[in-house]
Ligand binder design. Structure first.
Ligand SMILES: Nc1ncnc2c1ncn2[C@@H]1O[C@H](COP(=O)(O)OP(=O)(O)OP(=O)(O)O)[C@@H](O)[C@H]1O
Length: 348
């Protein structure tokens, strides 16, 4: 194991930022700490880095007890969202900095800097100042600088958080490829579930100071431990008392013999790019309403269904169409007795 965190607790005054957090991170792995804002991800990362100390519990890095070691003795590289580069130094000088203060020879430093700039695709910018780089290029420079001193562990706190969506996406692919080349144990903090699912070998979901689940992206997606994890990983809707993903619902336009389907009426259709989103209002078949009457007031129980555009066209659906809904084969579902689960993920 590269990083072992055991029973870590951290309070800020009365506020519990981390509660009994234990976590093992294997060597060479790319791990995402994922969760909503304020959940404690950065605090945990800062405790691993030694920038913050735990109230209780221990941290060890590559088998070395590190709980009380200062950051500079932990051999960790750190990159923040807003990277503080030396503004008056060129890109090459910024990357060389850590090597120079460690008194590496000029030749060795020059060789290493050239290799690193190549790795982060900035060779042609080595003589520029940081202010002459784009945001994405600056973050790549920050990564080169953190990697220069060959850290055992690389810690990234929302490294692409300040960049626009397109650049973020490019850098995420790039980070994955970079990691496949260098294999340094990396822990990165993100609140973006897509980023975590796409890049990480393993995801640690953190919420309100506690670990909700640890697993590979597929494990988390296919077998979420609870409704929080399920709804944090992407949009969910409720089909009667079942929590389900909107694209995991089958839509029939003729009444099936199967009593387990939910009858409803399409109240809205919305086309967004390649998909069509339906809002379906279940019809009341028992209770006060007449059989088949649309339940009132309704919105509470509305079900969101996502179909591909061509499938929706085939079904020829429009507001007022009668449909029958059921979970499709292999759908991930869980009981949901509670009122609506909050959806921190982007809304449909
Ligand atoms: N130095 C501090 N003093 C007081 N409270 C703090 C301090 N640092 C963090 N907190 C609080 O601890 C909680 C967890 O913060 P943390 O930064 O770890 O969350 P996070 O999951 O990384 O969220 P974000 O994505 O917004 O950074 C927050 O409520 C925050 O306000």
């Amino acid at each position: 194991m590269s990083i072992q965190i055991k029973d870590v607790n951290k309070n800020f005054g009365d506020f519990v930022a981390l509660e009994n957090v234990s976590l093992d991170i294997p060597t060479g792995q790319l791990t995402a700490l994922l969760g909503p804002s304020g959940g404690g991800k950065s605090t945990l990362l800062r405790i691993i880095a030694g920038l913050e100390s735990a109230d209780s519990g221990t941290v060890s890095i590559e088998g070395v007890e590190a709980t009380h070691l200062p950051p500079q003795k932990r051999n960790v590289g750190f990159v923040f969202q807003h990277y503080a580069a030396f503004k008056h130094m060129t890109v090459a000088k910024n990357v060389a900095y850590g090597l120079e203060i460690r008194k590496r020879s000029k030749a060795e430093t020059a060789k290493r800097v050239a290799e690193l700039l190549e790795l982060v695709h900035l060779s042609q910018f080595s003589h520029r100042l940081p202010s002459q780089l784009s945001g994405g290029q600056r973050q790549r420079m920050a990564l080169a600088r953190a990697l220069a001193v060959e850290p055992t562990v690389l810690l990234l706190d929302e490294p692409f958080g300040a960049l626009d969506a397109k650049v973020r996406k490019e850098l995420r692919d790039w980070l994955r490829r970079l990691h496949d080349e260098v294999h340094v144990t990396t822990v990165f903090v993100t609140h973006d579930q897509e980023e975590a699912l796409e890049v990480a070998d393993e995801i640690v979901v953190i919420n309100e100071g506690r670990i909700e689940q640890i697993g590979s992206p597929d494990e988390l997606y296919d077998e979420p431990a609870n409704d929080f994890v399920m709804s944090f990983l992407g949009p969910v809707t409720r089909l009667e008392d079942t929590l389900i993903r909107p694209h995991d619902i089958d839509v029939l336009t003729a009444e099936p013999g199967d009593a387990r389907t939910v009858a409803g009426e399409v109240v809205r259709t919305l086309r967004v790019g390649f998909e069509t989103r339906l809002t379906v209002r279940p019809v009341a078949t028992v209770g006060g309403a007449h059989d088949g009457e649309v339940a009132a007031p309704g919105e509470e129980g509305d079900v969101t269904v996502v179909l591909t555009r061509s499938h929706a066209r085939e079904l020829d659906l429009e507001p007022g169409s009668r449909v029958w809904l059921s979970p499709n084969r292999g759908a991930t579902t869980m009981p949901s007795a509670a009122p609506r689960t909050p959806q921190p993920a982007p809304a449909l």
